[in-house]
Write a protein that binds this ligand. Structure first.
Ligand code: RB5
Length: 149
């Protein structure tokens, strides 16, 4: 099973490549759902669905999505039941999204966040662990909200 699944749109391809390389250096296996860049302009929801389907289907525990701002990816990903996508601009947000929200998808914006910071955010997301306890109660309530929709 890959540790990670990743995808982008045309506005996130370069940062995606940097993140795939970093994950490889760390010894993780990554499934890259594309695009390669050769496709030209693509639609971020099509790629968000690839990663979120793999996470919900338990083909990977965590996913990463990159677009220009990270917003389109995070909005789309959070429509999928079972996905808790966190659009992160800081290491703190990435750490807290795992510790308190049990985030299972990290979203980044290539046009917003530089490569160095994005890699630090990735590290923070990987290293942090969900704390459970009262946070599990709250995550269960998110799941209950989903179940009513
Ligand atoms: C593409 O131009 C851009 O709209 C997309 O990458 C993303 O930023 C949308 O949220």
């Amino acid at each position: 099973m890959p540790n990670f699944v990743i995808a982008a749109d045309h506005a996130g391809v370069q940062l995606k490549a940097e993140l795939v390389a970093e994950l490889g250096k760390l010894g993780h296996t990554v499934t890259d759902f594309g695009p390669t860049g050769a496709e030209g302009s693509v639609d971020y929801p099509d790629y968000a669905v690839k990663v979120t389907s793999a996470v919900v289907g338990k083909q990977a525990p965590l996913g990463i999505l990159v677009c220009g701002t990270g917003m389109g990816m995070s909005i789309t990903a959070n429509k999928v039941h079972g996905i808790r996508a966190a659009l992160c601009h800081t290491e703190f947000e990435a750490r807290m999204s795992r510790m308190h929200n049990d985030a299972n998808v990290l979203c980044l914006g290539q046009r917003v966040t530089g490569v160095g910071l994005a890699i630090s955010i990735l590290h923070a997301f990987l290293d942090a662990k969900f704390e459970g306890g009262r946070h599990q109660t709250r995550v269960d309530k998110i799941t209950a909200v989903e179940a009513k929709r």
